[in-house]
Design a protein around this ligand. Structure first.
Ligand SMILES: Cc1ncc(COP(=O)(O)O)c(C=O)c1O
Length: 377
């Protein structure tokens, strides 16, 4: 690998992880691989190729859906976010299934002249997340509107949990599920439920088979990451099988300069770090523009020749510095692990998240899409 900064993907891990997530689901349950945000930073094209077992893809935007189609992907794709009214025809032309929660969207579809096929709609129900969704009081009218729109076919019903991974107390999720069940009854009464019913993000898929319905809609677990520590604790408390999730991604770079600075030298912008000894400083060509969070300055470690080396000074836009005094054999061009394993040492997305004051989802999804993705194995 001759790049300076790159992502390595374990070819077998995504398929393995999806199988692990599916383990508790009924035989007929479909699996939607959530690949929004460039497949959580892993690389949309690569991940789509590495999960032949996924039945569906979930993206956030119309543009992400088009990107999958441009890759030649023919599996069903659901856009989970809002599609601007002006792009509805293009979305239907690209055979994207749409999540709907605004009357204006359905009314605009009704006004479109002949479409190549009816728009496939998934009505999103507001059950307590307070973001996209049709309120219970409006659901009956909404379903009637969809059913009365000749250009539209009701393909799915969905909701999303607000508080399933952040806690070991799942009473809020239970209440959401109860509201969703009422919504299903309403839809049943109005002509029958659509073929695809989906609520289960990774934590729900792992913890609550009753959320599986006809399709899982999992993101983070597919990438071999746990939604949270609370999810791990909950699964152990329940005593069921613990899925074996294998991280898919490693993030690597190289030393682009190694030099000795005398004691009491400053390192980086703002002179936030000062050496306390004669220090071998390694320069890395990675910065916050690549997604290496600025909060990692003076906090994180990287792996140089399998040993943890502290990041010293602030993270720059395209560079950062590490103390390699204790890795005296390190040399120019040596590989450095920012996220991943080297020998017995590992820096996980969770560890980076803890250092940066965020969650593993954000750590990976903000990795620059411009970095090359190399598939290994
Ligand atoms: C609507 C929706 N469904 C599913 C997911 C997947 O969730 P997870 O990555 O926790 O599996 C997300 C992620 O944010 C989402 O927003």
């Amino acid at each position: 690998m001759s790049s300076l900064v790159w992502i390595e993907l374990d070819a077998r891990a995504p398929g393995h992880n999806l199988a692990e997530l599916r383990r508790g689901a009924g035989a007929g349950a479909l699996a939607c691989a959530v690949v929004k945000a460039n497949a959580y930073g892993h690389g949309l094209a690569e991940i789509a190729r590495l999960v032949p077992s996924a039945d569906w893809f979930g993206v956030n935007s119309f543009e992400e859906g088009l990107a999958l189609r441009a890759l030649g992907e023919t599996r069903p794709v659901i856009v989970l976010g809002h599609v601007p009214v002006a792009r509805l025809r293009d979305a239907v032309d690209a055979d994207l299934s749409l999540t709907v929660f605004n009357r204006e969207t359905v009314e605009a579809l009704a006004r479109l002249a002949v479409l190549p096929r009816p728009a496939r709609l998934h009505v999103k129900v507001e059950t307590g997340t307070g973001r996209q969704g049709v309120l219970a009081a409006d659901l009956e009218g909404f379903i009637r509107l969809v059913r009365a729109t000749p250009n539209a076919a009701l393909e799915g019903l969905s909701t999303h949990f607000a508080n399933i991974e952040d806690t070991t107390d799942h009473s809020y999720a239970d209440a959401q599920l109860a509201r969703f069940s009422e919504a299903l009854e309403t839809v049943d009464r109005l002509g029958g439920r659509p073929p695809i019913v989906h609520t289960a993000c990774t934590a729900a898929a792992i913890l609550f088979p009753k959320t599986h319905f006809t399709m899982l809609r999992t993101g983070i677990g597919l990438y071999g990451l746990w939604p949270s520590r609370e999810t791990r604790i909950s699964v152990r408390e329940r005593g069921g099988p613990v899925p074996d999730l294998r991280p898919v991604l490693s993030w690597k770079t190289r030393l682009v300069q190694v030099k000795e600075l005398p004691e009491a030298s400053y390192v980086g912008y703002g002179c936030s770090y000062r050496t306390t000894r004669r220090t071998r400083v390694g320069v890395l060509p990675v910065g916050y523009a690549d997604g290496y969070d600025r909060a990692l300055g003076n906090r994180a470690h990287v792996l140089v020749r399998g040993r943890r080396s502290p990041v010293i000074g602030r993270i720059c836009m395209n560079l950062c510095m590490v103390d390699v005094t204790d890795v005296p054999e390190s040399r120019l061009d040596d590989e450095v692990v920012l996220l991943g394993a080297d020998g017995d040492e590992r820096i996980s997305a969770e560890t980076l998240a803890e250092w940066a004051g965020t969650i593993n989802y954000e750590v990976v999804s903000r990795i620059s899409p411009f970095l090359p993705r190399i598939v290994r194995g």
